[in-house]
Design a protein around this ligand. Sequence first.
Ligand SMILES: *[C@@H]1O[C@H](CO)[C@@H](O)[C@H](O)[C@H]1NC(C)=O
Ligand SMILES: *[C@@H]1O[C@H](CO)[C@@H](O)[C@H](O)[C@H]1NC(C)=O
Length: 593
Amino acid sequence: MENNMCSLDYNVLNELRLEGCFLDVIICVNGVEFPAHKNVLCCCSPYFRTLFSKRWNSTEKMIYDIPGISPDMMEMIISFAYTQTVLITSDNVKQLLVVADQFNILGLLNLCCDFLESQLSVENCIGIFKFAYYHCCPELCLRAFKYIMYKFEELVKESQEFLQLSFYELYDIIDRDELNITNESQVFHAVIKWTYHQKEDRTGFLLKLLSKVRLELKDAQLFLDDVKNSEYIQDNEEYKLFFYRALFQMIYEISMNEAIGPQSRCSLAHARLPYSILLSIGGWSDSHPTNIIEAYDPRAKMWMDVTCEEETPRAYLGTAYVKGYIYFIGGFDSVEYCNRVCRFHPVQKVLQEVAPMHSRRGYVSVVILNELIYAMGGFDGHARLNTVEKYDSETNQWTLLSSMNERRSDASAATLHGKIYICGGFNGEDYLFTAEVYDPGIYQWSMISPMMIQRSGVGVIAYKDEVYAVGGFDGEDRLNTAEAYDPLTDSWRVVSSMITPRSNFGIETMENLLYVVGGYDGFITSAEVECYNKETNEWKEVADMNVDRRALSCCVLSGLPNIREYAAHREPLESVTLSAEHKLSPFYNIPQV
Ligand SMILES: *[C@@H]1O[C@H](CO)[C@@H](O)[C@H](O)[C@H]1NC(C)=O
Ligand SMILES: *[C@@H]1O[C@H](CO)[C@@H](O)[C@H](O)[C@H]1NC(C)=O
C-alpha cells in the first residue's frame, strides 16, 4: 500500500480533467480559466498546496486568481502537473524556469536547467550563468561558470556578451586560477579589447584590470613578442596606439612594484591552474620497477609526485585513460611479465583490479579507440607476441582480435582517424622497420610503408593528422631522430631530431605540443623531458621529472574537478573586495575550486 501511494495514474487524471470530471478548482489568469483538481496541483507545487490549504475544508468549487503569470505559462504548468512532460524550447525556457522557480516546481525547474545546460555555447554562457545565478539554480550556475573558464579564449574572440561584462565581472573572471589559458597574453588582450570597446567609460579601469595579468618582468620579452605578433592588433591605428599605451603602463607598473620588493603578484604561487596534466607512470628506476606517478603542471612548469601507494611497481607497462579511470596494463613487476590490469580513479582515488588479459604482456603497446582499450604484442616471458586483445569496461572483458602480421614487443602504437597504427619493435631477432594499421571496420591488420629507420623502444603518437615515430633503438644506437607518417600518402617524412637520444620513454600530446618523457640513452636512465611543436618544427627542454625513469608510460588527464590535487601547490588566492557593489557581482560569489 505505501509503495503505491504516490504512483498516481496521470493519464487517468488528465482524462478526467479534459472530460471535466470531479474538478474542484478553477485557476484564473488574466480572465482565462483553467479548471483542475486541487490534489493534482498540490502534488506538483507547494505553492498551490499553501494556497489551497487556507480554505481546504470547503466543498464548493473555488476560483483562484493568480497574478504575475501569463495564461500560456499557466497552461504549461497545469499540463505539466498532469502529464509530467513539457515541450521546452530555446524560446520558452527562461520564462518557464522563472515560473517553475516562482511556483516551486522542482521537476520542471530541473528540466529547464538541463535544457539550458545543453544549450551552453560561447555566445550565451555568460548570460546563462547570470540567469542561473539570479534564479537560484546552483548546479547550472557552476556548469556555466566552468564553461566560461574553459572557453575564455574563444569567448574573448567571439562573444558579444563578453564585451558587455561590467568591470567587476571582468575583474573577477580574470582573477581566477581556473581560467583556462595557455599564457597571460590572452588576459592582456581580453582586457584591452573590453576596455577599447567603450574607451570613454572604461579607460579608468584599465590599470586595475591589467594588474590581474600574471606577468613577471623576467618573462616580459616573451610576453612582448607574443602580444605584438598577435592577430588582435588589426589594422586599426587608434586601437594599436591604445594598446601600446596600455602595454607601456603595465610594464611600468610591474617594474615599479618589483623594485619595491618581493611580491606575490606574479610568482609561481599564482600561476593559473592547468586544464590538463601529463602523468608519467611507473617504469624502471634505480635498477628495479617503480610505482611512482608524477604529474606535470604545464602552467607552473613543474612535476609533482602523485603516486598511488597501493599500486604494485611495474615497468614496460601500458596505460590508458578511459571513462574517468587510468588503467595500468601488463608490464614487468620484477618477478614476472604480468597480465594483471588495475584501474585508478583520479577523483575518488580508488584502485581496483579488473579482468586480466588473456596473455602476459611486458613491452606491450596500448591504445584507446572508441573508448575500448587495445593491448597489442609484447613479451610473455617466452615469446614475442603478435596477438591483440581489446577491453570493454562495460563488460569487464578482454576479447582476442585478429593478430598482427609481425610479432612486436617494445613497439608503440597510436590511434588516428579511427584506425590503430603500430610501428617498429623487436620480434626476437630483428629490430623492426615495419608498421601496420588496424581497421576496426574490417577487423584486419595490413602493412603500411615501413619507417626509414629500425626502431624498437620507440615512441609512437598521433599528432596533428600524422603518426609520429620518435627515438628508439636501431640495434646499435639510441636514436634522437623522428619521422611522421601521413595516411593519405602512405609515406613517412623526416621531422627535427630530439635534443637527446632516447628509447623506452613516455610519449603524449598536450595542448598542441608533443612531449617525450624520461627513457634510456644507452648509458643512463633519464628524468629529462622535451617537447616538440609542429608550428616551429622545434624541440624544447621541459622541466625534468623528480625521478630518473625508463620503460614508463604517460597519459593526459583533462578537466578534473580536483585538478588542484594534481597541480603544483598554489597558495589559495585571497579574494580582494573592491567595494560593496563588487560583493553583489555574481562572479564574486562563486567559490574557488
Ligand atoms: C582549455 O584550453 C586548451 C588550450 O587552449 C584547449 O585545448 C581546451 O579545449 C580548453 N578546454 C575546454 C574544455 O575547452
Ligand atoms: C600564447 O597564446 C596564444 C593564443 O593561444 C598563442 O598564439 C601564443 O603562441 C602563446 N604564446 C606562448 C609564448 O606560448
